[in-house]
Design a protein around this ligand. Structure first.
Ligand SMILES: [Zn+2]
Length: 309
C-alpha cells in the first residue's frame, strides 16, 4: 500500500531552541520522499526518524534565510557519503543560485551523488512527477520565496458490479477506460456509467510569507497544509511588517481554502506555550489541527469520498 505522510524534523523559526530544532520537513508520498527547507541540524534529526539520505528523492527550498537552508551542506554531503545511487532533484528560488552554490560546496568532500538542480524561475512553475504535479508559487517575504504544492490528478475507479451488469470484462475494460465509451450489444456504455471519480490528493507547503494570492493558490483544497505561523495575532502588525503569518491568519486561510488537516509550525521563540497557537487557530478552523512538534509524523488524511461519475 502506498504511504503518504509528513515527518517534522524541526519547528523553530530563526534560532533553534532547547525543544525545537531549526525547520525541516519530509513528505513521503508513494515513491517520492521530499525534504523541505532543511535548517541546521536536519541531518541529525533525520537520524531520529528512520528516514535515510538514500530515501530522499527531492529537496525543495522556499528561500535562503538560514533557518530554511543551513542544513543543505550536511544533507548534500551525506548523499555522497552514503553513495545514494539515484539522482536527487533540488528546487530553490533561482535568484538564490549563488547561495545554493556556496552551500552545496561549503566544505571539502568527495562528491559522488548526482543532484538534478532545477531552480524555480517563475511564479506558477510546474514540475511533473510520477505521482502528480509539483507547483511553485511566489510568496511575500523580504527575499525571493516560493511555496510548493503537490497535486495528484483526479482518477477514475471502475465499479466491478456495474461492469459485470453490462457484461464488460477483460481487455474491453481497458478500451472503455481509454476511449471513454464502449458499444455492447448495440448499446453505448460510457465510462461514467461504470465508474466513480477517485479524487486526487493535495499537499501544500507555505513558509515565510505575509498574506498574498500565492498563499491561497497553494492552500486551495489541500488535504494536508503545512503553513508557517511565526506569530500570534497580538503581533499581527509586526508579522505583516516582516512578511510572516499569525496563527489566526493561517487558520482563516485553511478554512477559506477547504483544507482538511492543518499543520502550524515555524514558531517564534518568544512564545513559551504552544497551546496559544492551538487556541488562536481553533477559533477560525474546525478541521484536524496539528501544532507541530519536532519528530512527529502527520498522516495525509484518507482520500476524500469518491463521487458518482
Ligand atoms: Zn525567512
Amino acid at each position: 500500500m502506498s504511504m503518504r505522510e509528513l515527518t517534522v524534523l524541526g519547528t523553530a523559526s530563526q534560532t533553534p531552541t532547547r525543544l525545537r530544532n531549526h525547520n525541516g520537513y519530509v513528505l513521503r508520498w508513494d515513491d517520492e520522499v521530499i525534504l523541505f527547507d532543511p535548517g541546521e541540524g536536519s541531518q541529525r534529526q533525520l537520524l531520529h526518524t528512520g528516514i535515510t539520505a538514500t530515501d530522499l528523492t527531492r529537496i525543495c527550498v522556499t528561500h535562503f534565510h538560514g533557518d530554511h537552508c543551513l542544513g543543505l551542506p550536511g544533507t548534500i554531503q551525506r548523499l555522497s557519503l552514503d553513495r545514494v545511487p539515484h539522482p536527487v532533484a533540488v528546487h530553490f528560488p533561482a535568484g538564490g543560485a549563488e547561495y545554493f552554490a556556496r552551500l552545496r560546496h561549503a566544505s571539502s568532500f568527495h562528491e559522488t551523488a548526482e543532484l538534478a538542480v532545477e531552480p524555480i524561475t517563475a511564479d506558477g512553475q510546474l514540475i511533473t512527477l510520477g505521482v502528480g504535479t509539483l507547483e511553485a508559487r511566489r510568496l511575500r517575504h523580504p527575499i525571493e520565496t516560493y511555496g510548493y504544492r503537490l497535486v495528484e490528478p483526479d482518477g477514475c475507479r471502475m465499479l466491478p458490479e456495474r461492469l459485470s451488469a453490462y457484461g464488460i470484462g477483460g481487455p474491453a475494460v481497458g478500451e472503455l477506460l481509454r476511449v471513454g465509451h464502449l458499444d455492447v450489444d448495440g448499446r453505448r456504455v460510457t465510462r461514467d456509467e461504470v465508474s466513480v471519480v477517485r479524487p486526487g490528493q493535495r499537499f501544500a507547503f507555505v513558509m515565510d510569507t505575509g498574506l498574498c494570492d500565492g498563499v491561497y493558490a497553494l492552500a486551495e483544497h489541500a488535504d494536508l497544509l503545512v503553513i508557517e505561523s511565526t506569530f500570534l495575532e497580538s503581533e499581527a502588525a509586526l508579522a505583516a511588517e516582516v512578511g510572516h503569518l499569525t496563527a489566526g491568519q493561517a487558520a482563516r486561510v485553511a478554512t477559506e481554502s477547504g483544507v482538511r488537516t492543518l499543520v502550524l509550525t515555524h514558531f517564534s521563540q518568544r512564545y513559551a506555550d504552544p497551546r496559544r497557537f492551538h487556541d488562536e487557530a481553533r477559533e477560525h478552523f474546525a478541521g484536524e489541527l496539528v501544532i507541530a512538534e519536532d519528530l512527529t509524523t502527520v498522516p495525509v488524511p484518507p482520500r476524500r469520498v469518491a463521487s458518482a461519475g
